[in-house]
Each structure stands twice: as C-alpha cells, then as structure tokens.
Design a protein around this ligand. Structure first.
Ligand code: PA5
Length: 448
C-alpha cells in the first residue's frame, strides 16, 4: 500500500471543479520537468534519482557507514540547510525519542552541528566529545559554507588531537562536490573517504544522495528500504498517472488553488513528535523553492497536540489565511494500553483499555472537524507506518509535488538567489578577503 492523500476537506473551500481546472497546468509542469524544459532545468537530478540508485552504490555507502559505526561511539553530522535537514528529519522520525539517553546501545549517538554559529552550542559539543571516540561526516556541496566550515575546522582539530591524525582519517568522511570547494580540497589532501553530491541535485532535494543516506545508514536505518519507498512513489506520481490518481498532482493543484483563494500560509501538522524535523525539512523544501518573485505560500509547522495548547487559538480563530496539511500515522510502532484504576481519582476510567493512539486519533479527528468548521482547509496525508519505506515515499511525494507546484506558481523552484544577501553583508562585516569594497560601503552605511 501507499501513503494516501485526502484533499476533500480542502477542495470544499474552493469552487466546484477548481482543483480539476489546474489539470492542464499541472500536466504541463510535469511534462516540462520530464523534458527538462522548465526553469532551473540543470537541477533535475532528483527527478529519477530513486529508480536510478544502484544496489552497489548503496552497499558502498553502507560499508562506510559500518566503518563509522564500528569505530565511533558518536558521529557528528556537520551541514546546514539542504545538507542537514533531510538526514535529521529521517533519523528523528525513525529513531527512539530518547536515543541520546539510552546507554549500552548498538548504534552510535548522532549529533548535528555546522547548522548554527552558537558559541555555547559549539563549546558544549566540544565538552561532550572530550574523551569520546567520535567521527565526523562533513557535508557541504559548495564546500565553503561558513557555518559548516567553521564547525568542521573545530571538529577536525579535536578529532586529530584525541585520536591522532592517522586514525582521524578513518573516521572523517566528506560529502561534497566532485571537484570544487574547500571541503573537496581538504578531503583529497587528507585522504578522507568521500562521496560526491551530483551537480544537478540542489541541497534541498539531496536527501536521497549520500547527503542524507550516509548519516541515515550510520544511525542504523535501512537505506535500501528508504530508497525503495521513494522509487515506488516515483511510479505512483509518474507523468502518465491520471491527474485524479496522482497524489503529487492533486497536492500541487489544491495548494495552488488555496493560495489563489487567499490562503497564504500552509501549516504542516503532525501528531507524532518524532516528525518535528520532517516538517523542518518540508519547510525548507517548499519555502526555498516557492518563496521568490514576491510570491509563494509561507510554509509553517505545528506539532499537535502540543501546539494546540499554544497556537490552537490562532488556528481556530485568527486571520483566515491559513490551511493545514496533516501527516497522520495510521499504526504506531508500539502498543500501550491505558490502565484502569479502582479509585479513578483522575476521572480517566472512560479511557481504560483503549490504546493511547486511539486518544490521539480522536484528538486528530476532533481537531480536523473544529478547524474545518473554523474555516481552515485541511489536507490529510495518511501514512500506514513510521518506517524507512514510508518515509521514502513521503520524501519523493513532497519533492515531485514541489517541483510541479513551483512550476504551476510560475517560479523557478530550483534556485535560491535570496539566500545570498545576508552572506554578502556578513562577509563584508567580517572583512573577508575579496570583500574590501563591500566592507567599506557597509561600514559607511552603519556609521550614518
Ligand atoms: O538548499 C540549499 O541549496 C541550501 O539550503 C544549502 O543546502 C545550504 O546552504 C548548504 O549549502 P552547502 O551544501 O553548499 O554547504
């Protein structure tokens, strides 16, 4: 079975036939993706990635992951944005909620770094790693991203100091461009094992390359199942699948319809805290792909029921510019029955004998009805189980839907010109060589 999309409670907010009216545009977008005639057509390497990954490549990745798993009690994954969120999304979705607290475990602790410039964060990580056997996966396509490069220099020095330069070489792995960038130069010079990020796969579409697959394999998850799920979704969302049966086409159509009807904010909702970082990954995918040319739905996220006690008021009753997309996991991986209690002091005996998930599901259904009544369109994606295979399906579903949706919106979903502005200012302020004129200009501006 596959993940299932239900758009009925969103389409009902639009005029009859409004979703169907997008069919020609959606079809044209999908044709343009397939034929490579859309804007950003040099970044379409993700489109048939799942079906083209070979078994032997996955074995090579697994072998490197196994080396790190054998040699290290901690693996630090350094990367930011598209070189970070996919791995974290999958590892947190599939892992134990308390993984870092579990002693005597089969899997190394996975830490994420290089995604911020917090001095306390880095100092506290350095403390934590002291005396521990740790490895590093340094992930950067450009190989020059400040947050990641700065962190990697600290980690490399600590690793070499603790393990010796020779042993450090066996536990540091680079995932970067084939030729360009400082991360490539360093990996080649030091003789690190390295994996290539294909030129034609942009950061936010790269989770099914070594960017995501290597950390996920290190954490002990089945990358073959993940890729299989994605490959099955590649078929389910193929360009010849009829519009009504193609979940990616339907999602792209309905969200563009809602956007046109004034619903400018999409809230990705989960009812499982493990999916928090999946929403973070989704936010980058859609925000960076569609937010340009002064257009684009603002992607937001909430963890329910947690945030029903904070953001619930706004969602139920605030400005009616939002819609929700809910990821619902049909069957949890664990079973917990709620116990009966003779005294019933908490008054909860009406739940005795029920699964905790039944309470969660009724919370979801009740919320859905309330929010729809309150004017919030609701898209629902139901996922049979939280495992590698279905996460793989979700990843590809959101990627292809994003490619289609961005094209329907009329933007190039594969560039991100807007992310350069802050970097230019930061480098000018830090007096990076090559930024002399910008430094002068920004200082004059600040002195005014
Ligand atoms: O999606 C993107 O392109 C960005 O989020 C990048 O992944 C991010 O800026 C990191 O870039 P790099 O991999 O070059 O270090």
């Amino acid at each position: 079975s596959n993940i299932k999309l239900d758009i009925t409670k969103a389409a009902s907010f639009l005029e009859a036939g409004a979703v169907k009216a997008f069919e020609p545009k959606v079809k044209a977008a999908q044709e343009a993706l397939e034929n490579g005639t859309c804007p950003g057509n040099d970044f379409l390497g993700w489109l048939h990635l799942p079906s083209s990954i070979t078994e032997s490549f996955l074995d090579e990745l697994q072998a490197t992951a196994n080396t790190l798993r054998e040699k290290c009690e901690v693996v630090v994954v350094a990367g930011i944005g598209g070189s970070y969120l996919g791995a974290r999304a999958v590892i947190e979705a599939l892992g134990n909620s308390f993984s870092w607290l579990i002693q005597d475990k089969k899997n190394p602790t996975i830490l994420f770094a290089g995604n911020n410039i917090g001095e306390d964060y880095l100092a506290e990580m350095t403390d934590y790693l002291k005396g521990k056997k740790f490895g590093v996966i340094n992930i950067s396509k450009s190989g020059t991203t400040t947050e990641t490069a700065l962190t990697f220099r600290l980690l490399k020095k600590q690793c070499e100091a603790q393990m010796g330069k020779d042993e450090a070489k066996h536990v540091i792995v680079a995932v970067t461009d084939a030729k360009r960038g400082a991360a490539r130069t360093c990996a080649d010079k030091e003789g690190y094992k390295s994996f290539i990020i294909p030129d034609n796969v942009g950061g936010r579409f790269s989770v099914l390359t070594p960017v995501g697959l290597l950390p996920i394999a290190c954490a002990g998850f089945d990358i073959k199942q993940l890729v299989k799920g994605a490959a099955d979704m590649e078929k389910a969302c193929g360009k010849n699948v009829p519009f009504e049966e193609n979940p990616a086409a339907q999602y792209a159509a309905v969200r563009n319809g809602l956007y046109g009807a004034g619903k400018k904010i999409e809230i990705m909702v989960n009812y499982q805290p493990k999916l928090h970082f999946f929403s973070e990954w989704w936010k980058q995918l859609y925000g960076e792909s569609e937010g340009k040319d002064k257009k684009g739905i603002f992607p937001a996220s909430c963890d329910f029921t947690t945030d029903l006690h904070s953001m619930g008021q706004w969602i139920q009753d605030g400005e009616r510019t939002i819609f929700e997309t809910v990821i619902s996991i049909e069957e949890p991986n664990r079973t917990m029955l709620f116990p009966s209690d003779e005294e019933n002091l908490d008054g909860l005996n009406f739940l005795a004998g029920k699964r905790v998930d039944e309470v969660n599901k009724m919370a979801e259904l009740g919320t859905r009805l309330a929010h729809v009544d309150g004017g919030v369109p609701n898209i629902r994606i139901s996922v049979p189980k939280l495992n590698e295979y279905y996460i793989g399906q979700l990843i590809y579903f959101f990627e292809i839907a994003c490619g289609i949706s961005g094209n329907v919106l009329g933007v190039n979903p594969f560039n991100q010109p807007g992310v350069e502005a802050y970097k230019k200012n930061m480098f000018a302020l830090l007096e990076k060589p090559g930024y002399e004129a910008d430094s002068k200009a920004i200082k004059e501006r600040l002195a005014q």
